[in-house]
Design a protein around this ligand. Structure first.
Ligand code: MRU
Length: 355
């Protein structure tokens, strides 16, 4: 298992099993976790060993294959019945990132449409998981380059603020919002990136900061509450974030704290971009109000490391995502180009679930 600064892969298929970078241990430790069973993949997604919408999709696709290969029947109909149970286990891991459901639906569709033996269906499922992974990598590279066409032209070198982690760790590689930042850096268009720490799980401080340091991208870490101050001081030219689920009208669910960034960016007339693949768009939902927002355990708030930071008796609310209304989004940067939120609907073809 290797990972060099230019090639960070969150999900690796090798020796007939999956290896995940344990994202709960970075940046202190770089560890790979071996996953050979579907149940272990479900647990890894639930506990955020692997996280970030596209990476969760890739992990779930491999989880489907790992579950499929354990099914002991020669009857294709019985096989797909049991595969539905594998899908159900994986669907229950995390509710907000639609890439999870998209990847599971694509794997199931592959199985349903294969008119062959169970062994052949299993082989096709592995190929499909690998294709999902490769496509996501290529998609992210396209998103990165498409972002360049929509970034402000002045100043020549931009200072960009980002939130959470949207880089190689959160995708099959390269990243979405961090992919655009990578492309800007490569093209000498980046002065600096401000990285929100992203309370409570600190994906910015732990993961985005790590990726930037690995690659020599000039980055400055701030706490989430410092973003408005930085904008008021004219330190920020654009904000770019990722997405966990985008509704048909462009409303976007992303890591908690994204909505407040969009509000303050609008107050300071700073462009606010969402960068995401089409696998993150949920055309089934007309607007963002039906997007399920995950609530996680309160220990994410009341503990820092192993230290409890508040009095017992206090109550907690820990939503992991929030909803940014489409009207606050300048453009959604996708593999098909930068799209105005209200034009997203024009890209709706046939749904994964309807086909
Ligand atoms: O809870 P997480 O770490 O899975 O949340 C991740 C995010 O919110 C990312 O911004 C989003 O998935 C986009 S990743 C390219």
């Amino acid at each position: 298992m290797t990972s060099s600064p230019n090639h960070i892969y969150s999900v690796i298929w090798q020796d007939d099993r999956v290896w995940l970078i344990d994202q709960t241990r970075l940046p202190a430790e770089y560890n790979l976790v071996e996953i050979s069973r579907c149940e272990d993949m479900a647990q890894a997604i639930r506990t955020m060993i692997v996280r970030g919408a596209p990476a969760i999709g890739v992990a779930a696709a491999y989880g489907m294959y790992l579950g499929a290969r354990e099914i002991e029947t020669d009857d294709p109909e019985e096989f797909v019945r049991q595969l539905e149970k594998v899908a159900q286990l994986l669907r229950q891991t995390r509710p907000t990132a639609v890439n999870l459901f998209w990847a599971i639906a694509r794997m199931l569709k592959t199985a349903y449409e294969s008119i062959s033996t169970v062994e052949e269906i299993k082989a096709t499922l592995l190929e499909t998981a690998q294709a999902i992974q490769l496509e996501d990598l290529e998609t992210c590279q396209a998103i990165g380059d498409n972002g360049l066409s929509v970034l402000p032209t002045q100043p020549n070198k931009l200072t960009i603020l980002t939130h959470c982690n949207t880089g190689s760790l959160a995708t099959a590689g390269y990243g979405t919002a961090l992919g655009v930042i990578r492309s800007a850096w490569r093209e000498n268009r980046l002065q600096r990136v401000y990285v929100d720490e992203t309370r409570p799980r600190l994906q910015g401080a732990k993961l985005t900061a790590w990726e930037c340091v690995q690659e020599g991208i000039p980055a400055t870490l701030i706490t989430d509450s410092m973003a408005a101050h930085c904008m008021q001081r004219n330190l920020v030219d654009a904000v770019i974030v990722g997405a966990d689920r985008i509704a048909a009208n462009g409303d976007t669910a992303n890591k908690i704290g994204t909505y407040s960034l969009a509000v303050i960016a609008r107050a300071h007339q700073i462009p606010f971009f969402v960068a995401a693949p089409f696998s993150t768009v949920d055309f089934e939902l007309p607007d963002g109000n039906q997007i399920p927002i995950e609530e996680r355990h309160p220990s994410e708030i009341y503990q820092i490391g192993k230290t409890t930071i508040c009095p017992s008796g206090i109550e907690f609310y820990n939503p992991a995502f929030d909803l940014t209304p489409a009207k606050l989004i300048t453009a959604i940067i996708t593999e098909k180009g930068a799209i105005k939120p209200n034009e997203l609907i024009n890209y709706h073809t046939v749904s994964m679930y309807e086909e």
